[in-house]
Each structure stands twice: as C-alpha cells, then as structure tokens.
Design a protein around this ligand. Sequence first.
Ligand code: CAA
Length: 390
Amino acid sequence: MKVGIDLISFYTPQYYLDLKTLAGERGVDPDKFTIGIGQEKMAIPPPDEDIVTMAASAAHPILEQAGREGIELLLFATESGIDHSKAAAMFLHGLLKLPTRCRAVELKQACYSATAGLQLAASMVAAQPDRKALIVGSDIARYDLRSPGEPTQGAGAVAMLVTANPSVLALDPETGLYAEDVMDFWRPNYREEALVDGKYSMRVYLTALEECWKQYTERSGRQFHDLARYCYHLPFTRMAEKAHIRLAKIAALKELTSAELETEIGDSLRYNRITGNTYSASLYEGLTSLLDHGADDLVGQRIGLFSYGSGCMGEYFSGVVQPGYRDHLFTARLRALLDGRTELTYRQYEDIFQLGFPTDGGDHAFAQYRTGPYRLAGVSQHKRLYEKVI
Ligand code: CAA
C-alpha cells in the first residue's frame, strides 16, 4: 500500500520587502543578495498574522477540498512558537474546527520538524490506512536588523494531508538520518531573533547532507541517477545550489553543468526566491514550487528530498509523483496570492519589525491588514484572539 502526501498547500503573507530596497538601505551591492545568496524578495507578516493564522490559511484549501473526516492526527511543526506550554496545534485545531477525536501536538527541531511530522504521520497511516493526518509547518524567519542573516528572513506555512493511496507523492520507506549536537543556529527562549554562526551553519548543512545521503543509498540501493528532481531545505536558494553541486560530486563524481543544475533543482527554488526562508515549511515550499512549475509531466518520477534543521538534524528521503497529481495542486490560488502582494517601503518594514507584541495583559485589538482567511484579531488578558475573515 502506498502512503504519502495526498494534498499540499503553501501560504505566505501578502507583504514583502524587495531585497534591492534592503541593499540600498544597507549600502550593499544588490547582486550580493540576488546572485550571491539568490534571493529577490522576503515575505513580511503584518501585525495581525502569526504562525497560527499562516498555518490555518495554508490548510484552508485542503479542508475545503477533502473535508475534515478521518483526520486523527494534527502535527504543528514550528520554531517560532507562541506559547511555552500550549501547542500551536490546539489553536489551529480550534480555528479549523477539526474533530475532537484527534491527537494534536507541536513539534520542534528547527527547520527539520515538519519532516519528523511527515514520517510520524506516514507510520500512523501505514498502520491504520483509514486514518488521515494533517501536518503543518509554519514559521517566521527573523534575524537582527543589519546582521548577515537579515536578507535571508521570510515567512510562510505549508499544510499537507497524509493518507493511504495519496494523490500527489507516495513516500519511499527508506530514509537516511543524521543527528549531531552543534551550535550553528539557535534562539534562546528570551530572544525574538535567531542567533547564527552563518558560515559554520552552511558547513554543517553540507556534512548532514553527505551523511544522510550515505545512509539513504545504503538502505535503498538507489543512486544519484535514480532521482529525477531534487528538493532541499532552503535557507536561501544559493544554499540548495551549493548542496546539489556537492551531492553530484560525491554521489556521481560529476561536475554539473548549469543546464543540469537548472533542470534538477531550478523549479524547486522559484517560490523561495520571492518569499525568503520559511524554516520548517521551506523544503515543502520547494516541493510545491517544483510541482507547480514543472513544465514536464513528473508522473512516475522519483523526487529526492533533503530536510535540515540546525542544531542539527538531517534526513534524506524520496517519493514518487502520482498519476493525475496536477489535478490536486492549488497552483492558481498561490499564484494569485503571490502576484497580488503589496510591496513595503524600508520604513514600513522596520516599523513592523520593531512593533513588539503586547505583554501587559490588557485588551488590544489589532488593526486589520491583508491576510489569508484567518487573522489574529488581538490579545486580551494574555490570550490570543483569532478570527475568520471570509
Ligand atoms: N555580487 C555577487 N555575489 C556576491 C557579491 C556581489 N557583489 N558580494 C558577495 N557575493 C557572494 C559571496 O561571494 C558569497 O558567495 P559564496 O558563498 O559562493 O562565496 C555570497 O554572496 C554571500 O556573501 P558572504 O559570504 O559575504 O555573506 P555574509 O557573510 O554576509 O552572509 C550568510 C551569508 C552566512 C549565509 C548569512 O546570510 C547568514 O548568516 N544567514 C543565516 C544562516 C543560514 O541561512 N545558514 C544556512 C545553513 S543553516 C540552515 O539551513 C538552517 C536555517 O534555515 C537557518
């Protein structure tokens, strides 16, 4: 029996900062951002949007299409948690009106945890094929102003329905894992912005990739040429290019031409280039981008996926694209969202960045910005208040 992703939906906020604007403000050559790190725009959530509203907006079209029946597992992957105790999954469960007979929990391991969620969900469905799982990854990537990480900020959420006999991607059972306790990127509980040892984080990412690939190939017997396309965790698109060039070298003893690089990973990078890092969602944003943009029919093709979360945890796995997958994508909806976004000035970006969340326990109603179908209406007595917009 096949198990995997039946539906996948990506959401990103409706505001962005053009990195050329940021480069101008920071006195940096714009090519450093657009070519050197490979990013054009970064998504900025307005004050009435958070990880819960983004996750709900990502999941909304899935529930419209597939309904709620049979969803017995809700896993919320994030490293931008809003509460030390209550899982973001509980807020989401309420907003989406999911069945009460459901196991709902939040998962954390930097940008990796949505993959843990996907694999846990696949195990549950393999054991109980009539059950379904909803996995979301939702994050806001935030670094200090004027730090090297600043141009790699972004925001977004992915939602995936995991079922038996999936419509989009059937997962292969073999995976390669790599866990190591390192300090390449972290965010202590008292900080809003991540801390990062940037160059070191890139080296650890590549080490994790090599180690995961080794185990994946040992277990599956597959080689580089058995995979038609490759998706990577995307802190910025140049990282995926560096990773893929490295993988080709160690796995196939091959120097990739730029045409091969474009064919093998190009389509998976298009969304990330204009949203920025979406942390736990980013690998799956890449998968969505590949499926949405692929001019070729990918039916029957095997896709390789590398998930990486600093700290660090890596996993290499793969899946096969299913017949009719294009009929199950939400391409037009996402394109309309991306095409209709509002550009921010530098001043507006910094004003939103500096806006602190009220912590005085009072009643605060939040001004209404452009959001998806759900928004954060305010906070009262330390309780976040969400509402459906449409
Ligand atoms: N034109 C074209 N390219 C230029 C250029 C110009 N004018 N100026 C510089 N560049 C190139 C540089 O040569 C460099 O390319 P190479 O890496 O190929 O040499 C690239 O632009 C970046 O320049 P720097 O190395 O000088 O950049 P930096 O030190 O200011 O910052 C960074 C780069 C370390 C990635 C920083 O953005 C950062 O810390 N980001 C956050 C951490 C991160 O994303 N790490 C990735 C791995 S960890 C992970 O994946 C988890 C996660 O999501 C965070």
